[in-house]
Write a protein that binds this ligand. Sequence first.
Ligand SMILES: [Fe+2]
Length: 254
Amino acid sequence: MIDLHCHILPNIDDGPKTIEASLEMARHAAETGIKTIIATPHHKNGSYENPKQTIIQNVQTYNDRLKAEGIDIVVQPGQENRIFGEISEDYDAGMLQTIADTSYILIELPSSHVPRYTGRLLFDLQVKGLKPIIVHPERNSEIISHPDTLYHLVEKGILTQVTASSATGHFGKKIQKFTFELIEAQMAHFIASDAHNVTSRSFKLREAYEVVEKEYGIEARFYFQENAELVVRNQTVYAGQPERIKKKKFLGIF
Ligand SMILES: [Fe+2]
């Protein structure tokens, strides 16, 4: 298995604080069948700045340590980029790290809303040959209440990654239900862990694939697993025609 989104590097963001905690994560990942992890430290999210060079150096050192410890995992560089006005300029300046040096790049929206300029900024990145992947749209309040916001982006070729723990129900029933709605509407293209530790924010990737297989059959599981492989090989992923999610009108007292 390949995990496209993971905060595994020690002491670089809100992932593990120590190398020991980080290695515990790696061992746990290996035990659950993960072979490749894309290390995706936060960048420009208001708390952390981790430009490309910092990530590359950390990944190199970390892979040496994994080898020395005999942990059968390969870590490749990535980055979780909070969307911001100058993201395109930052890419030109060599600050952004794509997933394993491919054309695919993780983009994080604020949790509460979708900034009005999102479509234009993502389009600017697409023009530069990048393939933006919006991370955990199922946890964004505006997208939950107005799924059309996401639909209009996916319609234009934007990809999305749902979080494994959302599919398994670890973020609650409401998030799980919306994750399923996104999958059914062909608005989810990848599943990744977004793991930060082995306790409250663990991997759950194998569990998520099992849930998807149980809900939608083995073909759905293969779809997501294969898409992750295609990303790392920098090949075109499978993306179906998205459908709009009809939100039920609130039939309350109003
Ligand atoms: Fe993340």
